[in-house]
Write a protein that binds this ligand. Structure first.
Ligand SMILES: Cc1ncc(COP(=O)(O)O)c(C=O)c1O
Length: 400
């Protein structure tokens, strides 16, 4: 058989999906499993979204559509980002894709040549490393441990930009996997550093921008330092905010040449976001916002519940997340101990033993570049949260 392309040798299936698959299998075998593993929002969009999809179906053209996205979709996204405080963009600054993952992949293809460097704070969303591998870029994770609240500091950023001269800095706020949110002052301090390094593109993957707690407001580098606008690309998605991960709609707003590059990529890959999906996306962005608002309040309450459980476990260090729906405790105090005779040397052992013994699925932190931690995604049905956390605490109490 002829060989596959070398690029495929570098592509890996998602580590998060591997845990989810194992949990699914145990469930199919009859085990009582509580999954804290997968980052899906677990709610559905409002009725108006489905109605818009039905209406679009009734008058479907069945034709190919715009590579960039329909004018109505682009206008809906413009309205959405203006409400966020990102003003002054036009349709020419935008493009769309099949989810933010697709946008990020197309950005990597558009901004990075083979061997170029891409830097990102670590812990990071697993896909960043995977996409860098596929396009054969050099990935430079910038370690941000729990002791610095999993956040990049201005000095660290300055040093990384000076040392590695990355072609792209990939930033993520609020963060998956840590749930941490940068304050306005923190963004401003990082933006001041970015201004000093004009040869680096900045991608801000901020798809959780509507999922903020404790009254925090979302801020972007462009708001802090408007001169960063001509090299900053903002990435957004319907998936998490609107409970629409399977509808696959992502967006970007940035410099015109980047939006054009992504549109050209679309013309060669997907052609267009489908018509019915476009109608649903417009309804989600412009219609009543009560579902996302209500879900955000629920997530904040669940965050409190998870955090209280983590804080009650001696030795666990858990910076306080203020967004998204993840908690990322440092559980390295368990390393070197055993559970029911099973030795725990690292995060993977911990997650396997927890799943086997208690039926609770979490993702090992090493999947996100931080092997001292694990990720708890708390989007499970609310009645499962307390028992899942109780089992987690029991597991710790039983360590020897
Ligand atoms: C930080 C981050 N960026 C991008 C994505 C991809 O989102 P989408 O469903 O729009 O592809 C995810 C999904 O988990 C994510 O957590």
């Amino acid at each position: 058989m002829p060989l596959l392309a070398r690029r495929i040798g570098r592509a890996k299936p998602s580590a998060i999906m591997a845990v989810a698959e194992k949990a699914k299998k145990l469930k199919a075998d009859g085990r009582d499993i509580i999954s804290f593993s997968i980052g899906v929002p677990n709610f559905l969009p409002g009725d108006h979204v489905y109605q818009a999809a039905r209406d679009a179906l009734a008058k479907d053209s069945g034709q190919y559509g715009s590579n960039r996205g329909t004018d109505a979709l682009l206008d809906a996204f413009l309205q959405h980002i203006e409400a966020l405080g990102l003003t002054g963009y036009t349709r020419a600054n935008l493009s769309t894709g099949i989810g933010a993952k697709h946008i990020l992949y197309n950005l990597a293809e558009s901004l990075l040549d083979e061997g170029d460097t891409i830097a990102y704070p670590s812990p990071y969303w697993t896909t960043y490393a995977d996409i860098a591998d596929i396009v054969n870029a050099k990935a430079v994770p910038l370690p941000c441990p729990a002791s610095q609240d999993y956040k990049l500091t201005p000095a660290q950023l300055d040093d990384a930009l000076a040392t590695h001269k990355p072609k792209v800095l990939l930033f993520n706020n609020p963060s998956n996997p840590t749930g941490m949110v940068y304050t306005r002052d923190e963004i401003a301090a990082l933006a001041d550093v970015l201004v000093k390094h004009p040869d680096t593109w900045i991608i801000t993957d901020d798809i959780y921008n509507r999922m903020l707690f404790d009254g925090l407001a979302y801020t972007n580098f462009v708001q802090a330092r408007p001169e960063l606008r001509d090299r900053t690309v903002f990435v957004d998605s319907l998936s998490k905010t609107y409970g629409m991960p399977g509808w696959r709609v992502g967006f970007m707003a940035g410099p015109e040449p980047v939006a054009k590059a992504l549109t050209t990529m679309n013309s060669n890959h997907i052609t267009n976001v489908p018509e019915v999906v476009t109608a649903a996306a417009i309804a989600a962005l412009t219609g009543p916002q009560d579902v996302p608002t209500q879900k955000n309040a629920e997530f904040q309450a669940k965050r409190d519940q998870v955090l209280a459980a983590m804080e009650a476990i001696p030795g666990v260090v858990c910076p306080r997340p203020q967004g998204a729906f993840y908690v990322f405790p440092d559980i390295s105090c368990a390393f070197g101990k055993s559970h029911g005779g099973v030795k725990i040397e690292n995060d993977v052992d911990f997650c396997n033993a927890l799943l086997e013994a208690k039926g609770v699925a979490c993702v090992p932190g090493s999947a996100f570049g931080e092997p001292r931690a694990l990720r708890i995604s708390y989007t499970c049905p609310t009645p499962q949260l307390a028992p899942g956390l109780q089992r987690f605490q029991e597991f710790f109490a039983e360590l020897k």
